[in-house]
Design a protein around this ligand. Structure first.
Ligand code: NAD
Ligand code: MG
Length: 367
């Protein structure tokens, strides 16, 4: 067993640990018993992850004296819906879940968000444990307690805050993850560094060649989780600082909304958005041009888009993108709020966007 890094999310009575690294599952085995007094562990996963990892995880539960009781859902974003929620809650009730037992979410952000939501409302709330299996879910969605589903009004427009009791981010589970998914998750690590951890960015840059494997990656995951944990501990319900975690996302969501379904990954859109957030910060005279250059160079080194022109879709329209940006949850009084930066590791929320200026800037970046 290699070294397991443990990050704690400090939220008083709702505090929990995030265990990171190869072998984290094994390291967590002795902690399980308390969460499953009935000797069985209801485990929610998707068909793809079940095919790859259910056996390992069932054996691991058995090693802790527990019987796995799996619920296998269809993979993909459409599972995170009202219908998916109803199905999952009904299934938990069919299995006679009691308030004393936790539910395990084994999968990416879709499974984590849906399971967390179902756990927060079944029998008025049961505990849940996250075992994230994508890089994105290990560094981002499994930590912080946001749960939810998509509705026709938008992504993640309905949900709850429900913190997990434990997060087990085992690097071995990532071995089966396609390179494109891995890179997309890496964008959220870069994002964390760019918001508020310049030394982390320096380390990522220095280790660019091995960034996506082994211990280099586990250390980066732990650092990004520690960064997010600090922000969540400060602002659990996004009254202020937590909105900084949206760096690159206002632009990114606009690209995702404008692109054909499934053409670009969330992390790719975020990568392009990070480059634009830094580019616009330079344009506004807020950030040294050299910092924006470093950001773009590192995104390229990681095999990620370094702007809209390197996304896997073309034909963007500045006006339509700005229309999409007007839907952002951060906005107030109809004005676009952006997370901008005074430099690497110095992000802030800017509520002073001149839309004409933003449109001109975007046009220069799209052509
Ligand atoms: P996902 O859960 O859809 O997983 C991506 C794909 O990878 C799926 O097809 C899945 O079956 C497959 N997969 C999962 N683990 C695998 C593995 N180990 N090997 C091979 N294939 C594997 O997507 P995601 O990128 O993990 O998460 C995206 C979701 O997370 C979105 O719905 C987003 O809204 C949400 N999210 C939530 C938060 C939050 O704070 N709650 C933060 C960020 C994102
Ligand atoms: Mg994101």
């Amino acid at each position: 067993m290699s070294d397991i890094l443990s990050v704690s999310v400090g939220l008083g009575a709702r505090s929990y640990d995030v265990l990171v690294g190869a072998g984290a599952l094994k390291a967590a085995q002795s902690r399980l018993g308390a969460h499953f007094p009935r000797g069985r562990a209801i485990l929610v996963t998707d068909r793809t992850v079940a095919g790859l990892h259910l056996k390992t995880v069932s054996d691991w539960l058995e090693g802790a004296g527990l019987r796995a009781d799996p619920i296998v859902l269809e993979p993909g974003e459409t599972t995170k819906s009202w219908a998916g929620l109803q199905h999952l809650v009904d299934t938990l009730l069919d299995r006679n879940i009691e308030r004393s037992e936790a539910v395990i979410a084994l999968g990416g952000g879709v499974i984590g968000d849906l399971t967390g939501f179902a756990a927060s409302i079944a029998k008025r709330g049961v505990d849940f444990i996250q075992i994230p299996t994508t890089l994105l879910s290990q560094v981002d969605s499994s930590v912080g307690g946001k749960t939810g589903i998509n509705t026709s009004h938008g992504k993640n427009f309905v949900g709850t805050f429900h913190q997990p009791r434990l997060v087990i981010a085992d690097a071995d589970l990532l071995a089966s993850l396609p390179l494109r998914e891995r890179r997309a998750g890496y964008a959220e690590i870069v994002k964390a560094a760019l918001i508020g951890d310049r030394p982390l960015f320096d380390r990522l840059e220095a280790a660019a060649e091995t960034a996506l494997d082994g211990e280099t990656l586990s250390e980066a995951v732990a650092a990004a989780v520690a960064f997010k944990a600090r922000i969540v501990a400060e602002d659990e319900r996004e009254a202020g600082a937590r909105a900084l975690l949206n760096l690159g996302h206002t632009f990114g969501h606009a690209f995702e909304a404008e692109a054909p379904k499934d053409r670009i990954r969330h992390g790719e859109a975020v990568a392009a958005g990070l480059a634009l957030a830094f580019g616009f910060s330079v344009h506004k005279g807020l950030c040294p041009a050299g910092d924006a250059e470093r950001v773009r160079a590192h995104l390229r080194a990681a095999g990620l888009p370094d702007g809209p022109q390197t996304l896997a879709h073309t034909g963007w329209d500045a006006e339509r993108l700005i229309d999409r940006m007007r839907d952002d949850k951060k906005n107030r009084d109809g004005r676009i709020a952006l997370v901008l930066a005074r430099g690497i590791g110095e992000a802030f929320i800017d509520r002073d966007t001149d839309e004409t200026d933003l449109q001109h800037f975007l046009e220069t970046q799209l052509s």
